[in-house]
Every structure is written in structure tokens, then in C-alpha cells.
Design a protein around this ligand. Structure first.
Ligand SMILES: [Zn+2]
Length: 323
């Protein structure tokens, strides 16, 4: 255990050194920063950077813009950020989202997963490009009856496999594989217990994917405490007989999804960028590989801000990204 900790420390130290080089290079006006001046906008900013990097997102928002006030203000952000016009942290979009999704305009930190699902739900023309279908199979532990149900979702939410709990690292592929494992849940049984929860075993199978595939690893336990495990990820993923390419990832620093700080890394025209609110930084091939191989990134040399991957954005054809 001691040696594991030492080797982890060395990895982090090594990463912080490689990363420092990147911090000095600024981006060349292809990716624009989004504002966060002490307003905890980072969960929205990191999500938006990854979403707007997906082919079809900006176009779909433009089509569905009349459906909703939030899409109207989002469309304004997307337009202004591509023209490099300043967007302030007072932009109506941030307030609209907080009020509609969280019921208050308090500047709290929130889970980007909720925000992403909410935005996609507002945008039917994009929803079709994201939607996944899962089959859930529930076996009652009391009467052994089995029920099947098809459900659709926008994000493939994967557990960290139990076998990996005692390790410092696991792979995203392992998390995806564990998606098909049975887990014990308390639920009502149509056969023997219609009104009261009984112990059941439930498993999900991914039956249909779309153009884009958003994957989240459940790096938080039921009490929203972060598990001490980093998820390593691949740049291409074979799923449903198709090859998916990584175009973005949201990383988190902190102990709970509703605290800390969120950043994003995105790929555009074969170049990776680190999006830390207003600050956009070019990443070298070495730096981006280090993030994928170590499952973490140290943001600044003198801080302890180590961000770990949480939500990944894969697409079927990475060579035809929108602008
Ligand atoms: Zn039963």
C-alpha cells in the first residue's frame, strides 16, 4: 500500500511537470472560454464546452430555439462565443438554468450530469443523436419472477466494478463492462409484493446507441462522497459494433459532485484544449496522453488541485466535427 502511494505521488509529480509546459501556451481563438467569477458556473461551462463540441448540437439548439427561454439564451452564448464577443457571468442563461433546474438562483455548485440531461431534454433535435436504449431485467429474490423493461436515457451511467475497489485505478472499459452486471436493489415486485419494496437483483443491458455516446462513471458513492479511484480512458471505444472517438471529457476536483471545481478537455481539429472557465490552454500530445493514462491531471504546480475524469463524450465520426 505504501509503495502504491509513492508511485502514485511520482506519477502526479511527473504529470505536474509535463503539464506546466502547457499552461504557458494560449489557444488560437478556435475554442473560447466561458465566464466564472466566483459564481460556480464551472459545472455548466465544462458541460457546454463538451456539448458544443459535438456535431449537431449548435444546429439543433438553433432549430429548437423557440421552444424555450433557456435555449434562446443558450443560442446567444453559442453565437457570441463563436464570434468571440465577451460573455459575462451575468449572462441570463446561467440564471435561467439555476432557476428552472434547481429552483433557486443561489450560486451553488451542481452536478454537470443533471445539467446535461436537462439541456438535452429541452432540445428534441439533439436528443435523437444522443439517446441510448437500455433493457432492464429485474429478478425478485423472494419469488424468483423476472420482469424486463426497455428504457431510454441520455447518459450511460456505469458503476466502478467492485473487483477494482481496492485499486487506485480502473479503466473506463471495465466500468462499461460492469454495466451488464446484476446489482441488488430494493423494488416492488409485480408478482409477490406490489406495494412494498423487496430485495431484487437488477441488471441493465445497452441495446441501442446513437451518433454520440455520453458516459459517466459513478465515481461517487450513495452519500455523494468521491471514491478513491481514478478512471483511465481510451481515445477510441468499440461499442455496439461501431467505433466511437473521444471528443471531450469533464473532469472534477473535489470530494463531492456538488462541491469543488469542474474543467473540460476537448478535441477540435486534432488538437486538444483544456477549458478551465475563461482560460483555454493548448495541450500537447504528451499531456493529453498523460491524462488518459493516469486518470488525473494536476491543474497548477503549487496547488493540490488534481482533477479526475467523470463524464466522457464519444462520437461515431470524429473527423466531421462542427465549429
Ligand atoms: Zn417477487
Amino acid at each position: 500500500m505504501f509503495f502504491k502511494k509513492i508511485s502514485l505521488l511520482l506519477l502526479i509529480l511527473n504529470m505536474s511537470m509535463t503539464f506546466l509546459v502547457g499552461m504557458k501556451r494560449q489557444s488560437n481563438e478556435i475554442v473560447f472560454g466561458l465566464p466564472n467569477e466566483g459564481t460556480n458556473n464551472c459545472f455548466m461551462n465544462a458541460s457546454l464546452q463538451c456539448l458544443k463540441n459535438l456535431k449537431g448540437f449548435t444546429e439543433a439548439v438553433a432549430i429548437d430555439v423557440n421552444n424555450d427561454l433557456i435555449l434562446k439564451s443558450l443560442s446567444n452564448i453559442l453565437q457570441n462565443s463563436s464570434e468571440n464577443k465577451g460573455i459575462t457571468n451575468q449572462h441570463p442563461f446561467y440564471g435561467h438554468v439555476r432557476k428552472n433546474l434547481f429552483g433557486s438562483t443561489n450560486l451553488t455548485q451542481e452536478d454537470p450530469m443533471e445539467f446535461i440531461e436537462y439541456l438535452i431534454g429541452l432540445c428534441p433535435d439533439f436528443e435523437e443523436q444522443i439517446k441510448i436504449t437500455t433493457n432492464s431485467e429485474k429478478k425478485c429474490n423472494k419469488c424468483s419472477s423476472t420482469t424486463q423493461k426497455n428504457e431510454s436515457d441520455y447518459i450511460l451511467k456505469c458503476e466502478i466494478p467492485e473487483a477494482e475497489y481496492n485499486k487506485s485505478f480502473c479503466s473506463l472499459e471495465d466500468c462499461i463492462s460492469s454495466f451488464g452486471n446484476f446489482e441488488t436493489v430494493n423494488a416492488k415486485c409485480e408478482q409477490c409484493s406490489k406495494n412494498k419494496d423487496v430485495s431484487c437483483r437488477k441488471k441493465f443491458t445497452l441495446t441501442k446507441t446513437s451518433q454520440h455516446l455520453i458516459i459517466a462513471a459513478k465515481i461517487y458513492d450513495n452519500n455523494l462522497n468521491k471514491k478513491k479511484i481514478d478512471v483511465l480512458f481510451p481515445f477510441t471505444l468499440s461499442q455496439d459494433g461501431e467505433l466511437y472517438h473521444l471528443s471531450g471529457c469533464i473532469l472534477h476536483y473535489g470530494q463531492s459532485p456538488k462541491a469543488g471545481h469542474y474543467i473540460a478537455i476537448i478535441e477540435k481539429n486534432n488538437q486538444w484544449y483544456l477549458c478551465n472557465d475563461e482560460v483555454i490552454t493548448l495541450l500537447s500530445n504528451q499531456e493529453i496522453s498523460a491524462i488518459a493514462e493516469h486518470g488525473s491531471i494536476r491543474l497548477e504546480k503549487d496547488s493540490n488541485m488534481t482533477c479526475t475524469p467523470y463524464i466522457w463524450f464519444y462520437s461515431k465520426n470524429n473527423n466531421e466535427q462542427n465549429n
